[in-house]
Design a protein around this ligand. Structure first.
Ligand SMILES: [Zn+2]
Length: 263
């Protein structure tokens, strides 16, 4: 028990950038970045990487601008932007350490860089807010004994690893059974529109993009047989759209300011 208490004392409070919320996280940012890099390597080995020059150029271009907006909020980032060739997978994710994956199925549905910036900003918002680490910390706290075991062996149980991956949206194909927490979703939306606006992308695209996703989901003819992973993990409803609308007075000035200093 003493060891458990020590482990918890070493862990600390984290202040989420952009929103200022305090969260409790029991793993270090360095450890988290390491986990992110190794999971990203696993995913790259498993999925088909796209060689499409236009898609790669677009994702890198938008990603770099969002990364600039993130600035020193993610000090350990070694940014990497990878396009996965899966036209029926509508998804994107970001992992700690600045590892970002976007599927071609999502790119087909993005009508502009503004819309892509909204999605990438949202996913990167999960990372800077350390949502996966927070989920993992909750999982570890539920089984306090596991904290001791993990700290001692430097290994992670499958359930805590899964909690972590789900927290970053890096699990594809699990579908509707996997839901992000509403608070994390809302916070990633908020952080994401702020990043997009600061990077000079129109934050109003968040509203049109999510409305379009909702429509795609309800029209079977929209994306035939597509794995709408993004929508199954990110429920689109009136509350979500309303919240985004509510943030516009706050983020439109950031966008206007960014436009004065063009990229
Ligand atoms: Zn999300």
């Amino acid at each position: 028990m003493l060891l458990a208490v020590l482990t918890l004392t070493l862990a600390g409070c984290y202040t989420v950038p952009e929103t200022g919320r305090q969260s409790f996280i029991v793993i270090s940012p360095g450890e988290e970045s390491q986990l992110g890099a190794s999971e990203f390597a696993n995913i790259k080995a498993k999925e088909k990487i796209s060689a499409d020059p236009a898609y790669n150029e677009q994702v890198t271009r938008v990603g770099r601008h969002i990364a600039d907006a993130v600035g020193n909020q993610l000090p350990s980032a070694k940014w990497e932007f990878v396009v996965f060739d899966a036209p029926k997978t509508v998804n994107a994710f970001a992992l700690p350490g600045g590892k970002v994956g976007v599927y071609t199925g999502l790119l087909k549905l993005c009508d502009s860089d503004d819309e892509l910036a909204i999605v990438m900003g949202h996913e990167i918002g999960h990372v800077t807010a350390r949502h996966g680490a927070e989920r993992m910390s909750e999982a570890l706290l539920i089984g306090l004994g596991a904290v001791v075991v993990d700290a001692a062996t430097q290994s992670r149980t499958n359930s805590t690893r899964n909690a972590w991956l789900i927290g970053y949206g890096a699990v594809v194909g699990v579908g509707a059974s996997m839901k992000f927490s509403r608070n994390h979703e809302s916070e990633a939306d908020h952080i994401g529109v702020r990043y997009a606006a600061k990077a000079g992308y129109d934050p109003r695209a968040s509203i049109t993009f999510w409305q379009k996703m909702a429509k795609q989901k309800s029209q079977p003819g929209g994306v035939v047989g597509a794995v709408m992973a993004l929508v199954s993990t990110h429920p689109v409803d009136a509350e979500r759209i309303q919240q985004l609308q509510g943030w516009m007075p706050e983020v439109l000035p950031l966008y206007e300011a960014a436009k004065l200093h063009p990229r």
